[in-house]
Design a protein around this ligand. Structure first.
Ligand code: PGA
Length: 264
């Protein structure tokens, strides 16, 4: 059984909170204050990342500075600047201290028509400014029922990562988020998660070579304190991308604690 070896062999463990379009300025400030207090009182080896909405990123960076919290954006545009009303570029994010950026979240794919090719261009844009892309992939329910889930995820990864400068791979984080598990209360079983994570690792080896063994692969989809230990125990599960449970500081901090603890 896994006994905390993942920490010891140098692989980062990341717990990232995707706050989506939730919370106003006061709500974001309150949540960060509570997370800072939690991380201060229980320092962790886990890379803790929070992703508030765009208007609050600068404030989040100021509040998190030196406190062991990294601040992510939830999206970016692929061009560095230009006439793209309503968009935010990677250099803009860099200029306010953003360290990570989620790309290709299933909600962006579903509601904003984001393609694998566009996701790949966003990864390139982020790499140019030294921001860590968190590349989301995952199948729809019908795709799993039809046995196509491995093909779907492989296509998402190969298309977004094809032709990237090899140094991109040293920085990129993958998040496997089965779409049928996001916000539904359904989760992949620990076995389903590990099976897909091992498959993703094998595809990453084809794309990135041996460096793939250093690429963290996070699980996302209704991950909560009561199922985190089981899911995070998988040898290829290197952390979580947490939606709903990340809006509650006690739940999020508990998942961080679980991710840091040796597994049973
Ligand atoms: P959830 O969301 O934890 O609420 O399922 C995960 C995500 O969308 O990143």
């Amino acid at each position: 059984m896994y006994d905390g070896v993942k920490h010891l062999c140098g692989m980062r463990t990341i717990i990232a909170g995707n706050w989506k379009m939730h919370k106003d300025k006061a709500g974001v400030a309150d949540l960060i204050t509570r997370l800072v207090a939690g991380v201060r009182s229980s320092p962790t080896r886990v890379e803790v990342v929070i992703a508030p909405a765009f208007p609050f990123l600068g404030m989040a960076v100021s509040m998190s500075f030196g406190e062991g919290l990294h601040v992510a954006a939830q999206n970016c545009h692929e061009e560095p600047d230009g006439a793209f009303t309503g968009e935010v570029s990677a250099p803009m994010l860099k200029s306010v201290g953003i360290s990570h950026c989620i790309v290709g979240h299933s909600e962006r794919r579903q509601f904003f028509g984001e393609t694998d090719e566009a996701v790949g261009r966003k990864i390139t844009a982020l790499d140019r400014v030294g921001i860590t892309p968190v590349l989301c992939c995952g199948e729809q329910r019908e795709e799993r029922e039809n046995g196509r889930h491995f093909d779907v995820v492989a296509t998402q990864l190969h298309t977004a990562l094809a032709g990237q400068d090899p140094k991109v791979f040293a920085r990129t984080v993958i998040a496997y988020e089965p779409v049928w598990a996001i916000g539904t209360g359904l989760t992949a079983s620990a076995g389903q998660a590990q099976e897909m994570h091992a498959f993703i690792r094998s595809e990453l080896v084809k794309i990135a070579g041996e460096g793939a063994h250093e690429m963290p692969i996070l699980y996302g989809g209704s991950c909560k304190p009561d199922n985190a230990a089981e899911i995070l125990a998988g040898p290829d599960v290197n952390g979580g991308l947490i939606g709903g449970a990340s809006l509650d500081p006690a739940s999020f901090l508990e998942i961080v604690r679980i991710a840091d603890a040796p597994m049973p």
